[in-house]
Design a binder for this molecule. Structure first.
Ligand code: TXA
Ligand code: MG
Length: 315
């Protein structure tokens, strides 16, 4: 069983010896290994049961990260300056030191500087970057607490660095560059609007089918085991659906008993809703409801990101 603690020294020793450590970030917990070691990286795919065509993100400190790209475009530098450390992944041509196991054979690599004090200290200790996908079995909800990781991957990893609850709660926004154009591959913890304020209009190319470039975007992903139905709005006819939980944002349903209503944010705060989303889906999954009915959030701030995750979680 994985040990859970806050010992940077212990975590760094395991990583230096080619082992796996779950690390806290501001978005979700990552399942980390030495990104420069092919053998260590292969273990990540095994433990996660992740298809090998799905590339990993490489994490390092702001001081060290740039060496892992062979080209760092001007727009990438502007975004990095504004949003790192933080929930932004930049897809750039990879440096030759990054093995193809990390990038699933692609010539590009996803780079990110996480914003969590324990993981920053850990990265400062190491002389290699960390490859880390979210620390959940492939296809399931990402973990936002150390305990989530223990429940699902505890038998397969050596150490969980416990950094408390992830305060952003949804994965990073992934940005790439195609022939001078800025493209968003995954909606995440920074809204498209925030990015456009800095670099102007961008193209949003989040996929729908199985784009081999970003299989993290596969349609069914981030999904609870309990069937989830996503609706545009409440309809009184569904109030008496049996054994059903309602996942809400800033609303309460007068026709539904209180013990079946679960609110992402009572005050309508999008950041609070994002931070609560995955823990609430896990909780609902464990309560034994027959189904979960969720409603789309307004399309502003992180509403689009949350709607994206709910859509992928839905049946
Ligand atoms: O917030 C996050 O990004 C978290 C924390 C742990 O940093 N990580 C995370 O990793 O969400 P993961 O593996 O669950 O999702 C990584 C996504 C996948 O959709 C993958 O396809 C995409 O990043 N990706 C990685 N490298 C890429 C590349 N070179 N080109 C296009 N997409 C890439
Ligand atoms: Mg993931």
């Amino acid at each position: 069983m994985a040990k859970v603690g806050t010992e940077i020294f212990e975590a760094s020793n395991i990583l230096k010896n080619g082992g796996l450590v779950a690390i806290p970030t501001e978005t979700v917990y990552g399942l980390a290994a030495n990104a420069l070691s092919e053998q260590a990286v292969v273990k990540i795919f095994k433990v996660k049961k992740r298809p090998d065509f799905n590339p990993l993100i490489v994490h390092d400190t702001k001081e060290k990260i740039k060496q892992w790209a062979s080209v760092f475009y001007l727009e990438a530098q502007i975004l990095a300056e504004k949003f790192w450390p933080g929930p932004l992944t930049l897809v750039l041509p990879k440096s030759k030191h990054i093995p193809y196991q990390v990038t699933s054979g692609l010539e590009t690599v996803g780079l990110r500087v996480p914003n969590h004090i324990l993981t920053t200290h850990l990265l400062e200790e190491l002389d290699f970057p960390l490859a880390a996908p979210s620390a959940n079995p492939f296809g399931y909800i990402s973990p936002t607490e150390a305990q989530h990781v223990v429940e699902q991957l505890g038998n397969d990893i050596d150490y969980v660095l416990d950094g408390g609850n992830c305060n952003i709660g949804v994965e990073s926004t992934i940005v790439g560059f195609e022939k001078g154009k800025i493209v968003i591959y995954r909606l995440g913890g920074i809204s498209v609007g925030e990015i456009e304020k800095v670099v102007g209009k961008v193209e949003v190319k989040i996929n729908t089918s199985s784009n081999p470039k970003s299989p993290g975007m596969l349609k069914s992903h981030y999904a609870p085991l309990t069937p989830l139905i996503l609706l545009d709005e409440f309809d009184p006819d569904i109030a008496d659906q049996e054994n059903t939980a309602f996942l809400l944002f800033n609303q309460s349903l007068s026709k539904v008993s209180k013990d079946r209503q679960f609110n992402l944010s009572l005050s309508g705060n999008f950041f609070e809703a994002a931070a609560n989303l995955y823990a609430m889906l896990r909780k609902l999954d464990n309560l034994g409801f027959k189904q979960i009915i969720a409603f789309k959030l307004p399309k502003e701030s992180l509403g689009d990101t949350i709607n994206d995750r709910l859509t992928r979680a839905a049946v």
